[in-house]
Write a protein that binds this ligand. Structure first.
Ligand code: SF4
Ligand code: SF4
Ligand code: F3S
Length: 382
């Protein structure tokens, strides 16, 4: 867990000056800028511009509020396995209020929030984890005697931009699943007059939050988003189109159960419930756990956690998903392997799917993003 660095920022100090004073290795800094630039899909030629912008920036104040949630997103974002990079990430911002990390509690915490807002009113970035509640006048979640709804409205009023982290802040998550007795809603249902970006997932990958902050610091605005407010640099492509098991899908090689020969060989998990064909997420590219693996790579189907209402729309999690309109995934899964084996025409859906994979890979290569070209993961053990 992050421990605030003992050397405070000096007044008017830039990030570059601060890092230099702290003795941060220049190579670590440039490496970090390179990773962020690639994640943002900007191309390697932009690394010097990002590095220069970050060096000259003054740390923005960040206020991080926690509403109806489980704290998993905070764990995901702040628990870095790489201490030097973790410190560097948190050096980017002045984390002026975060309930899980600060010593203050109760009235002291409430006073700290008011002070942080007052000091940087109109300028701070608001990070929100958790959902608000509209049922019963919002009393299903109260903090310091006020509803989550009120806390969100008040803190958003003084923010320059809002980053909604996780499925709870994005659309309400399991609290908002049918029948949604508490009237749970995401940030964008409450905050209408500020730029809001949704870092989707339960929880999301930490790098996605960091890259969003880097985009803000470099360009002075939030990244472009899809129609659901998710940043396109991370959520612009389907898992299925970047999946390391896609070759197995196209070849008709499926695990039929979690302990069969197909599962041991690391084949496609579509028939045991994978929702990758309907899920937009950077998991196959950014990866988890120091970029070592991800759910499908570990042998578990994607449950679609970056999509709205996934508890209602993607369940049962271990049943194969129904046909996806416009894609024909169901018929493809049933027939493509046999069709290919027989040397027959595989069908329009298969062709379109393969073409889509090729096109996305070429696009990513053109943007100098990492392309997952690894062979399918090996056998699962245990
Ligand atoms: Fe927890 Fe998931 Fe909500 Fe994050 S999105 S706070 S991990 S329930
Ligand atoms: Fe990968 Fe799932 Fe698509 Fe299979 S169905 S290729 S496991 S995303
Ligand atoms: Fe979520 Fe699917 Fe990634 S379940 S963590 S989007 S593989």
């Amino acid at each position: 867990m992050y421990i605030p660095h003992p050397e405070p920022w000096l007044a008017d100090e830039t990030l570059g000056e601060h890092l230099e004073r702290r003795g941060i290795d220049r190579r670590d800094f440039v490496k970090f800028c390179g990773q962020m630039t690639v994640m943002l899909g900007l191309g390697q030629s932009m690394i010097p511009k990002v590095a220069e912008a970050l060096q000259q920036v003054k740390r923005p104040s960040v206020i991080w509020i926690s509403l109806m949630e489980c704290t998993g997103c905070t764990e995901s974002v702040l628990r870095s396995a790489d201490p030097s990079i973790g410190d560097l990430v948190l050096d980017l911002v002045s984390l002026d209020f975060q309930e899980n990390l600060q010593a203050a509690a109760g009235h002291e915490a409430e006073a700290a929030l008011q002070a942080a807002m007052k000091e940087n009113y109109g300028k701070y970035i608001l990070i929100v984890t958790g959902s608000a509640s509209l049922a019963e006048d919002g009393i299903c979640c109260t903090i310091g005697g006020r509803t989550a709804n009120e806390v969100l409205r008040e803190t958003a009023a003084g923010a320059a931009a809002v980053i909604a982290v996780g499925a709870c802040a994005h659309w309400g998550n399991i609290q908002a699943s049918k029948p949604n007795l508490v009237g749970a809603v995401g940030v964008s249902e409450i905050v209408k007059d500020k730029p809001v970006v949704n870092i989707a997932g339960c929880p999301p990958i930490a790098d996605t939050v960091t890259a969003t902050v880097v985009h803000w610091l470099t360009f002075g605005r939030l990244p472009d988003t899809d129609s659901d407010g998710r940043p396109l640099f991370a959520y612009g492509a389907r898992i299925h189109d970047m999946c390391s098991k896609r070759a197995n899908f196209d070849a008709g090689q499926f695990a039929e159960s979690f302990d069969d020969e197909g599962a041991r060989k690391g084949w496609c998990l579509y028939k045991v419930g994978c929702k990758g064909p309907a899920t937009f997420s950077p998991c196959p590219i950014f990866l988890w756990n120091e970029r070592t693996s991800w759910p499908i790579g570990a042998g578990h189907p994607c449950i679609g956690c970056t999509e709205r209402q996934f508890w209602d729309n993607m369940t049962p999690f271990y049943a194969r998903m129904p046909n996806v309109p416009g894609f024909g995934v169901e018929s493809t899964a049933d027939t493509i392997g046999l069709a290919l084996a027989a040397g027959a025409v595989a069908g329009v859906a298969a062709h379109a799917a393969a073409t889509g994979v090729h096109r996305i890979r070429e696009q990513r290569r053109a943007r100098e993003l990492p392309v997952v070209d690894r062979p399918p993961e090996g056998p699962r053990h245990g």
